[in-house]
Write a protein that binds this ligand. Structure first.
Ligand SMILES: [Zn+2]
Length: 288
């Protein structure tokens, strides 16, 4: 369902690298490159700004790998983009998505990566143009998504584990009117489907009648799910059509909802501003 591919350079990272390089060059390799923007914490206090000798002095450096921040106040609900992450319809997973065309080991002044992946990779968002071609042509891309919908109070709920998200399942959740953002945790999380490279068509998702029930009986505008599609495989197109037709519901798919208590959080999701793209990788966090 996701034919469009996107390739772009990590411009932000590159810009930071290039600015640092310029500053350092102008300073003629001075003893410290600390600036107001980076007053500390980047480990450059002990380096000469020439940088080349830096790595040899810190062979034992271990970067932090975190899922929570601030003592658990901030929970990352984004899956790391990795080569063995599942990819829709594929048994091969995401595969290689990063290249290093400019490498310091090959003489470049900085490492500059390039990436190429489906816009619907890992934790990602769908725009109306994903299933409606006239919306796609009209420009309803990820850059048009309402950040007000993607940021604010949210409810994490556990869906009954024995079925897809049907109208009956939706009704049983008793989600009050006024709740605008809901993260639906399902059997997919229990089965750890996002940790299995092979795409699994037996994932749990919305059936058409469940999507219809949500629209007619709730105020939910952000729908978060824990596998690569909000719609169950059997209703893949029909449930997506129900959700996306009104252009006011945003689907965030492939969320990492393991080991989090159900309840109310503040959710914060930010898609990339990919002009013309009907999907985008998205970074989502919960704040307690
Ligand atoms: Zn998608």
């Amino acid at each position: 369902m996701m034919m469009m591919k996107v390739s772009f350079t990590l411009l932000l990272t590159c810009t930071v690298h290039m600015l640092t390089f310029t500053v350092e060059s102008l300073a003629s390799c001075s003893s410290s490159s600390a600036t107001e923007a980076y007053p500390s914490g980047y480990g450059d206090e002990h380096s000469s700004s020439c940088g080349a000798s830096y790595s040899h002095e810190h062979d034992d450096l271990v970067p932090p790998k975190r899922e929570v921040y601030g003592g658990g106040r901030i929970i990352d609900i984004t899956h790391k983009i990795r080569s063995d992450l599942p990819s829709f319809g594929s048994s091969e997973g995401v595969g290689q998505f990063l290249w290093l065309p400019s490498s310091m080991k090959n003489g470049s002044f900085a490492n500059i990566s390039e990436m190429k992946m489906l816009t619907h990779t890992g934790t990602h968002v769908d725009a109306p143009g994903h299933f409606f071609d006239h919306y796609f042509d009209a420009g309803f891309d990820v850059d048009t998504l309402d950040l007000d919908v993607l940021n604010g109070p949210a409810l994490l709920v556990d869906v009954p584990r024995d079925k897809n998200i049907t109208a009956e399942a939706m009704e049983s959740l008793n989600i009050p009117r006024g709740v605008r953002r809901v993260l639906f945790r399902t059997l997919n999380t229990d089965r750890k489907l996002m940790w299995k490279k092979e795409f699994d068509t037996s994932f749990v998702g919305f059936m058409k009648d469940g999507a219809q029930w949500l629209i007619e009986n709730t105020d939910i505008k952000m729908v978060g799910v824990d596998y690569l599609s909000a719609a169950a495989f059997d209703n893949l197109i029909s449930a997506h059509l129900v959700f996306l037709e009104g252009r006011d519901i945003i689907l965030v798919e492939g969320l990492k909802l393991d080991d989090i208590n159900p309840g109310i959080y503040s959710v914060h999701c930010l898609p990339l501003r990919l002009v013309g793209a009907e999907g985008s990788p998205i970074r989502c966090i919960l704040i307690k």
